[in-house]
Design a protein around this ligand. Sequence first.
Ligand code: SF4
Length: 252
Amino acid sequence: MIIGGLQKFSLLDYPGQVAAIVFTQGCNFRCPFCYNPMLVVPSMGGTKDIFESSSEEIQKSYSQFRPQGQLSEDDFFVFLKSRAGKLDAIVITGGEPTLHPDLTGFAARIKALGYKIKLDTNGTNPEMIEKLFLGNLVDYIAMDIKGAPEKYSRFTGDKDDLDKIRKSIIMIKGGRVPYEFRTTVVPAFTQTEDIDRMGGMIDGAETWWLQRFKSDTSLIDKDLENTDIPSDETMEEMRCRGLKYVKNCRLR
Ligand code: SF4
């Protein structure tokens, strides 16, 4: 696994669990409001675009460009063993973890140490999600709904992704494990009417979190930095609209 970072402790990222967060390197999206450009964009500290590369090329590229002090997979597992009894779970996030062909093996090693796993995904690799379900390698899944379907190309540039995203939604809503959908509300991209379009995509789902965009951090689109964030009123209006489609629509 190409590990881009590790947060050793979190009480916020996996509901009800004490967790560490492992960040995988690389993503097939370029969401303008992404908070982790260093994991995504090569010129901002990421590795060569891994989705134009074979597995071997990815590893070679990573070993050449990995910043000093960044974790190897072996070091990560040394850390996990040292936290036995202190952590309940590991959150695998990114970047986009499902694009790494060795994700199932990586998850199996984590599970073998007794940890639960939460996966964060943009939903573009339903085959990988299915493999994780079949192997009982994931205990909680959080999938992003980036925007109304007709706006997805602003993030992906690839029409095929929408079919894959819809497949992932159906699979996740099947309820093999607890799950949530989540949307970052960005004034420049998310209008109140978009809630209906996104709600239609996940109709009947259990939980949908609407997350207020943060602009006081490094973002992929520098022009979005320090721009306005949604007001409390807008967030609440969107939450009420969202409740037409899901059982729980929450704000964070
Ligand atoms: S999918 Fe996630 S990691 Fe990838 S660019 Fe978008 S916000 Fe960033």
